[in-house]
Every structure is written in C-alpha cells, then in structure tokens.
Design a binder for this molecule. Structure first.
Ligand code: DP6
Length: 371
C-alpha cells in the first residue's frame, strides 16, 4: 500500500538566499498593488531581525492598498551603493528615502542584484496619506513584491515559494507587512498547533474557515487622522522590559489556538470576545509600559461603548478592533451590513474627524498589475 503523506516544511533563512545568476534583464518595469491588513491577534513585541515575540493573525483588506511601480535599469557590475529615486503620489519624497535605504540594506543578502540597478520607485496609496492608517504594511509588501519580481525574471519561481520569499522580505521592512502578500486570513509567527507556521514569513491560514468570515466587512472609523505620538517601533521596543510581557505573549498563543474552532464553526460570540480582548490588551500594554502612553481618544472610547450597547440591544454581531492608534475598525459579517451601516452612520460617524470613514472588507492579497 502506498501512503501519501502531506509534507509540511518550514523554510529557513538560508532557503531564501538566491543562486548566482547571469542574464540580468537590462531594464524593465513592474507594478504591484498590495493591501493593508488588520490583525485579530496582535503582533506587539519583537526580537532582533524582525522576529515577532508572539504569533499573530490578520484579515487582509481589500480597498486600503498601496500601488508601487518599480522601473529598473542596469548600471554596471561594481557599484557599491544603492541608487534609487522615490516619488509618492507623483511628488519626490526625500524624507521616505532613509526608510527605503534601511530596507534595501536588510534585504540585500537575499536579493544581491539590487546594487546593479538604478531604481525609480513610484508609489501611491488608495487611502489618504493623512488618514492615520499605517501604510507601512501595504507599502513594504508592494515594494518587496516588486523587487522580488526582478529575480523571478531571471529564475523561475513556483508561486508558493515566491509568496513566502516576498513575505520574508516584506517582514524585514515592517513586521505586519509580511501578512499583506497572499491570502484572506494570514498567520505569522511560530505556533505549536500550526505545522507550517514560521517567525520568518506569513502563511495563508491553513485550517477550515467558516463561510461567515468570507466577506467580513471592516468599516474604518477615522477618529484621528494625524500622526500618532508614539510610533509602533517604539511601542514594540517597550515590550522588552514590560512587566506583563511574558503573560501577554502566552495569551496570544492561547488566543490563536482558540481561534481554530471559532473560525471553523463560525462561533461569532467567542470570535468577538477574542478580537475585542486582543485590541484592548494591545492598548493595555501601551498603558502599562514605562514610559506609559495612551493612543485612544475620548471619541475612541465612546465608539466602543456604543458598539457594546448596540450589540447588547440588537444582538447584531458587530465588534471592534484597534491598531496602534485612535481609529476604530468595526468588523461585522456581510449578512448584517445594512443595519450595521445604518448604526455606524447614525451613531458613530459623529466621532470621526470631519465625519470620515472607509468602507473595506476582506480581500485576497496582493495583485501584480504589470509584469
Ligand atoms: C499594532 O508592523 O508597524 O498593527 O515591525 O516595527 O514595522 P514594525 O511594526 P508594525 O507593527 C504593527 C503592530 C500592530 C498589530 C499588528 O498588526 O499585528
């Protein structure tokens, strides 16, 4: 009898080192559109080299995305530095350059052709720049996909490997970016119950997901559109001496384990409990670090209270999650879209800056627009 076993394997850093190539394309252009994502179990705290302190999982978004066009032209063999120009929404962006340079330095061992080219990076977001929505996830994902596409022109790459390497590279730019490559529900970080899980890249959630989560809606309430006072990088760092860190990391493992049956059965009550608890725990970590800080605003809290009240009164399963800021993501199944939107418009929009909000929903991942 032949036994077919499904082989799962976890890739190592060295698996992403490329072969030695000849035949570099002289010049060309690629365009990728990569989405943003919203975490259900949060990544908060990291070790060296962008390794997460705990596993996380996110819904991939659809409307909120970054489109990046990368034009490249070869400039000779022995060039010792990176060469690139950068524009955002058609305007040159000198202040973004150090971040891109740091990214190029980190990914260079895995993309050794980078210094052979001059690059023109033209990028734009579907959401307004000053919306308070972090563009680092979608931005770094789009950039990683563009750079890796050049390697794919030299060396054929199977889609599964391409996605993993793109996620691996995106992670080096911004942790959450590794969850913006492929899949509607993406998991990142080693977890004992998820055989393929890795600290190095995100994977499409490999277990059964109930139909109710398929077209899940996310209405993003823009409570505060400005820059936040404390960056995520600083926040992650404060987890190093945090008194509750190890308990928090254990809790993330536990919540991810519990989500397995919740996602499979569509148990919305428990889903809501885990997701809201994760959001509040994220902010509790900020409030209990030294120095401590609060990113929620009075309007954020009013929205949360109103959501709880509405849910209790109507039994309509809408809930919230938060990222590292004052904005609120209102999550609900497509089947309750009408009453949920009515409630949002009647009661929540008043708490948004200039009444602004974004209607989004689960998407499938990044798309190549031009090869
Ligand atoms: C609160 O991915 O922005 O959104 O790795 O330093 O770029 P860096 O951090 P970043 O952290 C985002 C954390 C979060 C939660 C999450 O997306 O899981």
């Amino acid at each position: 009898m032949v036994i077919f076993a499904q082989i799962f394997f976890r890739m190592r850093e060295q698996d992403f080192l490329p072969k030695v190539y000849a035949n570099f394309p002289e010049k060309g252009k690629v365009i990728w559109k990569a989405p943003s994502n919203i975490a259900l179990v949060k990544y908060w705290g990291k070790r060296a080299q962008q390794i997460p302190a705990n596993p996380s999982i996110s819904f991939t978004l659809d409307a909120c995305a970054t489109t990046t066009q990368l034009s490249y032209e070869i400039r000779g063999e022995n060039t010792s530095d990176f060469s690139f120009d950068l524009s955002f929404d058609g305007k040159s962006k000198e202040d973004f350059k150090p971040k891109i340079r740091a990214f190029l330095e980190r990914v260079e061992p895995y993309l050794p052709h980078l210094k052979r080219y001059h690059f023109q990076i033209e990028t734009s977001n579907s959401f307004p720049h000053s919306s308070g929505i972090a563009s680092s996830a979608s931005g770094m994902a789009a950039l990683a996909l563009c750079f890796l596409s050049i390697e794919r022109k030299i060396q054929e790459m199977e889609d599964g490997f391409f996605n993993r390497k793109a996620s691996f590279l995106a992670r080096l730019g911004s942790g959450s970016a590794c969850r913006s490559i492929a899949g509607d529900l993406v998991q990142w970080g080693y977890h004992q119950d998820i055989e393929e899980s890795s600290d190095l890249y995100g994977i499409q959630y490999p277990f059964k997901v109930n139909q109710v989560f398929k077209n899940y809606q996310d209405t993003i309430l823009l409570v505060h559109k400005g820059k936040k006072q404390v960056s995520s990088t600083v926040g992650h760092d404060l987890m190093h001496q945090h008194p509750f860190a190890s308990k928090r990391f254990d809790q993330a493992h536990e919540n991810l384990a519990q989500l397995k049956s919740v996602l499979a059965t569509g148990d919305l009550e428990r889903f809501i409990q885990i997701v809201e608890s994760e959001a509040l725990t994220l902010h509790a970590m900020m409030m209990t670090s030294i120095p401590y800080y609060i990113l929620m605003l009075p309007d954020t809290l009013e929205i949360l209270q109103k959501i709880w009240r509405f849910r209790k009164e109507t039994k309509i399963p809408i809930c919230f999650t938060l990222d590292a800021g004052a904005n609120v993501h209102v999550l609900y199944p497509e089947s309750v879209e009408e009453p949920a939107m009515q409630f949002i418009q009647d009661e929540l929009v008043v708490h948004c800056e200039n009444g602004h909000y974004i209607c989004d929903q689960i998407g499938l991942g990044a798309k190549q627009i031009f090869e």
